[in-house]
Design a protein around this ligand. Structure first.
Ligand code: NAD
Length: 501
């Protein structure tokens, strides 16, 4: 089946989207977008330099009064149209996302794109539902109320693993709350963020409300984070880069939202439905070729189920069809780049010295950046393979004896983004959901996300929430307004500063 459209023609104007138009970058440095499934370049563009970031921030600043001054209903109407335009372009979005990331078309068609359309529809509704305390006479002599106001120009930075969804998660709550935004996607995957912004313009969201700069983190990213006209930085990416972003943002006292790395535990108690846990572990660890910050990476299995679980997962992984993302039968695509594939291979290679590779552990012979589904056992809890974020199709399985031990192991990494507990015992499930330190704990499933519920980390996985009404809080500031109701010139409280009663 023929898919897609001509990428070079579509983005002939360049890969910067500023004030409603595509433009070339001005950094003088060029970047090739390589399809990881074939290793072939599909597009080449000039990266954004500081001048492009300045232009994008200026466009966002110019658009701010009009957009912040629109009624929630007007913003909501525009965002409903945005959702409808995205639905019209669903096929092209899925194609471009699969091409630049190597994701199987069934994943982009059934998950990335419909999820993004649903997020857009959700935030169209949420735009009309900003919350605050009730107005009232809390002092007796005054009426107090809160105004929930946009923060201003938001500068956001996104990773390459879900480029379209990350653009949506950053842009939608910001613009729903009346902010304008400049988003810097990862330079490897510029295409669908541009298409997302173009769809917003097509839907009637004014030019300048949503701007995209495609450049490197060091040049365009740091310039955006340090920009004096940017009021807030929202960053999704690795913990190491997040720390650097926090340093730069702090220098200009910006509001900061950090969605960082993860190393999700998958805790299987001895009363669990073994078949469900095995299927859940394979799906939860291989989704998006394991390049998912919430992916199941550390399975802790209570001793009575341990051997059967390892055998079941290895057997099921062997049935996963690795191949061309555009083949409808493909389950698992390549990693995002050859550089990243080599990084994953190096971590697994080092693990061979101290652990057992039960299945996988190698790259198939292909020009693409493929890596086989991999199960590892026998690793020590403090080893690299258990502690470090690998971001590949690699699941480590370790046994535990008591519930106390299983939960302690689950919490024993610096990260705290997501986790799952597998049990049929409601009390065990309740304990696990209370004691696991993570921003999301699933019971008897692993991965599903929904627009209505918050996504964000504990511990070194960051702070702040994406999606849900909670994310509107990130992108608004609350102002207390207090009116005197007495019209008395010499107020009673003045005596604490001058004079007597
Ligand atoms: P990364 O941290 O290398 O890069 C993320 C973004 O930051 C990119 O756009 C990059 O260009 C930019 N960047 C790099 N250096 C910068 C700097 N000095 N200043 C400003 N920006 C800079 O991450 P990645 O490799 O693109 O993505 C994978 C990581 O993202 C993983 O750690 C994963 O867990 C994380 N992630 C987290 C979530 C979440 O919700 N918590 C979601 C998706 C991905």
């Amino acid at each position: 089946m023929k898919h897609g459209f001509d990428i070079a023609e579509r983005f002939a104007g360049g890969a910067q989207y500023i004030a409603g138009e595509l433009r070339p970058g001005t950094s003088g440095a060029r970047h090739r977008v390589v399809a990881p499934a074939s290793g072939e370049a599909v597009y080449e563009y000039e990266l954004a330099g500081p001048a492009d970031v300045d232009a994008a921030v200026a466009a966002a600043k110019a658009a701010l009064p009009g957009w912040a001054g629109a009624t929630p209903g007007e913003r909501s109407d525009a965002m409903h149209r945005f959702a409808a335009v995205l639905a019209e372009h669903a096929g092209d979005l899925a194609y471009a996302e699969s091409l630049q990331c190597g994701k199987p078309l069934k994943l982009t068609t059934e998950f990335d794109v419909p999820g993004t359309i649903d997020n857009t529809a959700f935030f169209a509704g949420a735009a009309r539902h900003l919350e605050g305390k009730a107005a009232g006479e809390y002092s007796g002599d005054h009426t107090s109320y809160v105004r929930r106001e946009p923060v201003g120009v938001v500068g956001s930075i996104a990773p390459w693993n879900y480029p379209l969804q990350m653009a949506a998660w950053k842009i939608l709550p910001a613009v729903a709350a009346g902010n304008t935004i400049v988003l810097k996607p990862a330079e490897l995957t510029p295409l669908t963020s541009l298409m997302f912004a173009q769809a917003a313009t097509e839907a009637g969201i004014p030019a300048g409300v949503i701007n995209i700069v495609n450049g490197t983190g060091k040049v365009a990213g740091e310039h955006l984070v340090g920009h004096p006209d940017v009021a807030m930085t929202s960053f999704t990416g690795s913990t190491v880069v997040g720390k650097r972003v926090a340093e730069v943002a702090t220098a200009t006292v910006k509001r900061l939202h950090l969605e960082l790395g993860g190393k999700a535990p998958f805790v299987v108690f001895d009363d669990a439905d073994l078949e469900a846990a095995v299927h859940g572990a394979v799906a939860g660890s291989l989704i998006n070729t394991g390049q998912d910050c919430t992916a199941a990476t550390r399975a802790y299995v209570q001793r009575p189920l341990y051997d059967a679980f390892v055998a079941g997962v290895a057997e099921l992984m062997a049935t996963v069809r690795v191949g061309d993302p555009f083949d409808a039968k493909t389950d698992l695509g390549p990693l995002v780049s050859h550089v990243h594939r080599d990084r994953v291979a190096a971590i697994v290679g080092r693990a061979r010295a101290y652990a057992t590779v039960v299945t996988g552990g190698e790259a198939p012979d292909s020009p693409g950046a493929y890596y086989l589904p991999t199960v590892i056992t026998g690793a020590a809890q403090d080893s690299e393979i258990v502690q470090a974020e690998i971001f590949g199709p690699v699941l480590v399985v370790l046994p535990f004896e008591t519930d106390d031990e299983g939960l302690a192991l689950a919490n024993d990494t610096p990260y705290g983004l997501a986790a799952s507990a597998w049990t049929r015992d409601v009390y065990r499930a309740g304990r696990a959901t209370r004691e696991i330190q993570a921003g999301c704990v699933w019971v008897n499933d692993h991965i599903p996300i929904i627009s209505e519920m918050p996504h964000g980390g504990y511990k070194a996985s960051g702070y702040g929430k994406d999606m849900s009404a909670y994310s509107l809080d990130e992108y608004t500031q609350v102002k207390h307004v207090m009116y005197d109701n007495t019209a008395i010139a010499r107020k009673d409280w003045h005596r604490t500063v001058f004079g007597d009663r």
